[in-house]
Ligand binder design. Structure first.
Ligand code: SAH
Length: 364
């Protein structure tokens, strides 16, 4: 009997899983653990440094790329470990230059990441989870079930892939990283922090934490933790309303994490890090487009030093939400500026390929 295509796919998936379970991904090991491994097989400890450099700084996808390691050692490494590097399965380019990547993970799941080019910077927008467990009503990713957290190396690899695309297609270096892809980074805290440590380390990509922004729906407990950990990167909070009842109607997580708790956490965060917070804010027709909404935002911005990014809404399906008019955007800008709050209007990028904020839904 010839097995069906589905059955074959299932067999391949199971084989991969068995292989992965049998051999550990070497990138789950710290440098110290790799040293221990080399000592345990009777090799020199300095070998660990060489391998570690290949794994992170040089992003080797295969042990055979490690040309300063002997063939025999490479063979032994292959017997003991795997390198579960991500693969860019599919790449789409927008008419505005934006690139969207469908990224295949070792277990067959997919996430998306985006390269956003502007005159002054090239930004990597990366994912932290497969799917999302939050239920923000205006976001396409929310329609996908949360499958799992990304590992630190899977987060790191997205940056590496976009860094390479930046050099290949734009002949410019990658300048900024934003955690604004799929998932909620603060619900995958340890892995996100470990990835950022590697991205910023001279042993990794050596990118300054000042060029990294973590965007969160705003989980008070975790924002406080980031303050306690004295993180050096930037924080953006997806606010969308400074009035509890309205915020809860578009972001149900606000019911359990009301604005007062959010502000309390942001106060702690600011006292520890001394950094401004950025509020991301979409204005929708009939939802938060009254002067009263803008005034509530102004008051909210006065508590902790903050700036505001007014993000253009990217429609996702049935038209339940619609971008507010230009006059409303001007009203918001005027009131914020009058109160000396820096406000930027962020136009959509990559809309034609569903690569803009909130549009990542593994459609391709
Ligand atoms: N979970 C994180 C990061 C992912 S969303 C967070 O909530 O911040 C990244 C940003 O895109 C957030 O500010 C989010 O509110 C915004 N966003 C989601 N859907 C959008 C849409 N359809 N149009 C515009 N922005 C959207």
């Amino acid at each position: 009997m010839i097995p069906s295509l589905e059955a074959l796919k299932c067999i391949i998936y199971l084989c991969r899983m068995i292989e992965t379970v049998a051999r550990k991904d070497i990138r789950q090991l710290s440098l110290e653990q790799i040293v221990e491994y080399f000592v345990s097989i009777g090799d020199k400890p300095f070998r660990a440094k060489q391998v570690y450099e290949w794994l992170w700084k040089k992003s080797a996808k295969d042990f055979d790329q490690m040309t300063n390691i002997s063939l025999a050692t490479r063979k032994r490494l292959k017997e003991d470990f795997v390198i579960n590097h991500i693969a860019v399965d599919h790449m789409q380019r927008s008419s505005d230059g934006t690139i969207k990547n469908a990224v295949k993970l070792f277990d067959g799941l997919t996430v998306e990441s985006v390269l956003i080019p502007t005159d002054s910077r090239i930004t990597a927008c990366i994912s932290s989870q497969v799917g999302c467990s939050l239920d923000c009503h205006f976001c396409a990713t929310a329609r996908l079930k949360r499958m799992r957290n990304l590992n630190p190396d899977e987060i790191y690899d997205q940056v590496v892939a976009i860094k390479e695309q930046s050099e290949t297609f734009f002949e410019r270096p990658l300048t900024n990283i934003v955690f604004m892809g799929m998932g909620e980074p603060l619900l995958n805290y340890n892995n996100v922090i470990e990835a950022i440590d590697k991205i910023t380390s001279p042993r990794g990509l050596g990118i300054s934490p000042k060029r990294i922004t973590l965007s969160t729906v705003g989980i008070p407990k975790m924002i406080k933790k980031m303050g306690d950990d004295e993180v050096k990167f930037n924080l953006a909070v997806s606010l969308h309303s400074a009035i509890d009842s309205i915020r809860s109607s578009v972001m149900p997580m606000n019911l359990k994490n009301p604005l007062e708790d959010l502000l309390d956490a942001l106060r702690c965060w600011h006292s520890k890090t001394k950094r401004k917070v950025t509020y991301e804010y979409v204005v929708w027709k009939g939802v938060n487009d009254r002067e009263e909404d803008a005034r509530a935002l102004v008051r909210f911005c006065k508590v902790v030093p903050a700036k505001v990014n007014l993000i253009e809404y990217n429609p996702i399906d049935d038209g339940a939400y619609q971008q507010a008019s230009e006059e409303v955007m001007e009203m918001y800008t005027r009131l914020l500026e009058k109160a000396d709050i820096v406000v930027n209007i962020r136009r959509s990028r990559g809309k034609d390929i569903d690569a803009a904020c909130g549009q990542l839904a593994n459609k391709s």
